[in-house]
Structure formats: C-alpha cells, structure tokens
Design a protein around this ligand. Structure first.
Ligand SMILES: Cc1cc2nc3c(=O)[nH]c(=O)nc-3n(C[C@H](O)[C@H](O)[C@H](O)COP(=O)(O)O)c2cc1C
Length: 232
C-alpha cells in the first residue's frame, strides 16, 4: 500500500497535478481555475513517505475517505482517542492538540450514536451524555441519508463564533473554519491509526443538524465526520 501511494505521489508531482481519489465530485469549470503561478523550475522533492516508518506518516499514507462503514459500536477508548486528537488538552497549561487563534477555542465536538449524543469536555477528558435515540436519524436526514450516516458514530464539529469574533471581528469567522480543518484532519488521522474508517461531509442542512444536536443560536454545525469500522 505504501509503495502504491509512493508511486501515486511521484506521478502527481511529475505531472504537477493535485491528486484526487475516491468518488469524484463535480469538476470545477475552467473559468474557476486559477492562472498558473509564475515559477522558474519544477523540482520533485521525493515521496513524503520516504522519511521513515513513523506511525504518523503511516496514518497519513492510509487516510482516505471511507463511506462504507459498519454500524457496530466503537469502544469508549476509541471515541476518547478520536475526540482527544481533534480537540483534547495536551499540556498542563490547557493547550490543545490543535492550534487555535488567540487560544480562544471556538470549536465544540459532539458524537451522535444510535442511543446517545455525547458532548466532549476537553478539560476533564469526559463527555456530557444526552440519552436520545432519535438524534442519529435526524442527523442522517440532514445529510439526505448519505450511506456513511449508517456508521456507528457521527462526529459533528460545531463552532461558537462569539468566542472568537470579540477579538478578531469578522476575521475570527475565517479562523474558526480553519480550526475546524485542523480538528477534522487530526481526527481523520487518528481514525486511520486505529484502523477505523471515516469521511468528512460538508453537504448537510444546517438547521436540521443544529436541531438534531439541540444547539442554541450561538453555535453552528461546521463539519460532519461519520466514523466506524470499514466494511470493505
Ligand atoms: C470540505 C469538504 C467537504 C466534503 N463534503 C463531502 C460530502 O458532503 N459528501 C461526501 O461524500 N464527501 C465529502 N467530502 C469528501 C471528498 O469527497 C473526498 O475527500 C474526496 O473525494 C477525496 O477523496 P479522499 O478523501 O478519499 O482522498 C468532503 C471533503 C471536504 C474536504
């Protein structure tokens, strides 16, 4: 697998293309493409995987969208690792596993399972649990029944813009979305490292998702990530 990836990376670099794997979404129209960036040469750096057999590089190499996911339960230890990777506290001072503009931490993490909705509390490495056997169905409705929503755990990253716009005004909104990307990528890599499958989903009904989670109007859903054991 690693060799195959290396060849893919080599080809991509050689042709100076962005690699696109998995189910292709609609191609951008030519007018949406940016003009070529003026440059003097093209230099192939070699495969990014060539630095060794570190577990992180291995997880990066194995990450890929998995939509065919089992509804079998994840363990608390797996859920803990996923949430900690995305938003956990990693230093005695309270810094987290992902960067945050001004350390204001505008993100919240939820996990929707068939029986419960969990809200992550990073400082205590615990979850607030709401017993709710309807939320998962509502989240699935908000993504129009995407097959990946059959996965046991539907992780939702939400944002509280007011935490970050006080200091950064409108630019804080940009930072909040950047942070969602950091959190999501960490979670995807943790899933890959644990042998779990996951896919990031941006196409959902915002109001439906907010209702399913019972969010106040100060908090908005940003990203959905179904996670489960791969079926194939
Ligand atoms: C911001 C963003 C939004 C996405 N939204 C969806 C989505 O709504 N539905 C879906 O099936 N995949 C979604 N994806 C996953 C992409 O389709 C997938 O990453 C792409 O096909 C590349 O495949 P790979 O992740 O296996 O490398 C999204 C990815 C990103 C980064």
């Amino acid at each position: 697998m690693r060799g195959w990836r290396a060849i893919t990376l080599g080809l991509a670099a050689a042709f100076v293309l962005g690699a696109c794997t998995g189910a292709p979404e609609q191609a951008a129209s030519p007018s949406a493409e940016r003009p070529p960036w003026p440059h003097d040469a093209v230099r192939f750096l070699g495969s990014g995987e060539a630095l060794g057999e570190s577990e992180l590089l291995d997880a990066i190499s194995r990450r890929g969208s998995v939509r065919d996911l089992s509804p079998d339960p994840l363990t608390d230890a797996e859920i803990a690792a996923l949430l900690w990777s995305a938003q956990g506290v990693s230093t005695p001072g309270g810094a987290r596993t992902v960067p945050s503009a001004g350390a204001l931490y505008p993100l919240e993490m939820y996990v929707v399972t068939p029986e419960e909705v969990l809200h992550y509390v990073p400082r205590t490495s615990s979850v607030e649990v709401r017993y709710d056997d309807r939320a998962k169905e509502l989240v699935a409705d908000a993504v129009s029944g995407t097959p990946a929503s059959r996965a046991y755990a539907l992780v939702v990253i939400t944002g509280v813009p007011g935490r970050i716009t006080g200091k950064y005004a409108d630019r804080g909104i940009r930072y909040m979305w950047m942070e969602a990307g950091h959190a999501a990528q960490n979670l995807l890599l943790a899933a890959a490292a644990l042998g779990l499958g996951a896919v990031t989903i941006g196409a959902f009904d915002d109001a439906g998702m907010a209702d399913a989670l019972g969010l106040s109007d100060r908090e908005e859903p940003l990203y959905l990530i179904p996670v489960g054991r791969p079926l194939t």
